[in-house]
Design a protein around this ligand. Structure first.
Ligand SMILES: [Zn+2]
Length: 128
């Protein structure tokens, strides 16, 4: 994840204060499943935020402005987007989310690669 200098105060003004606070609470509670910058598209992010159903929020982020859309009913400037921003702005939260994402990716790969069930072979009895 690239280092971001965010003007959180400016970003916060885009949100209802209550939504902004709920986003922070969600982020601290671990609701952000993943938050990654799109490959080759600087400043474009996709985040999955669960509460408990994961929503996908895609946004373009600059230092003091964000434009995005979420799959929830509110669509714009919702708590999911707020949670993603709080995560990006907080190094500890960002690290936690990155670690969780790596774990989920690993689990997915491990599941996909696990070999088919081997038929059980009975041990051969020693012949007298
Ligand atoms: Zn949302």
């Amino acid at each position: 994840m690239s280092k971001l200098e965010l003007d959180l105060d400016a970003l916060a003004r885009q949100f209802e204060p209550d939504v902004w606070r709920r986003g922070l609470a969600d982020a601290r509670a671990g609701a952000v499943v993943s938050c990654v910058e799109a490959e080759g598209m600087r400043g474009w992010y996709t985040a999955k935020v669960g509460d408990p159903r994961p929503r996908t929020v895609e946004f373009q982020l600059a230092r003091a402005a964000v434009h995005g859309q979420c799959t929830c009913e509110q669509r714009y400037d919702c708590r999911h987007l707020a949670a993603a921003l709080h995560t990006l702005a907080d190094e500890d939260l960002a690290r936690e989310v990155a670690a969780r994402k790596a774990m989920l990716d690993w689990l997915e790969t491990a599941e996909a690669e696990s070999p088919p069930a081997v038929p059980r072979i009975l041990p051969r009895l020693p012949v007298p």
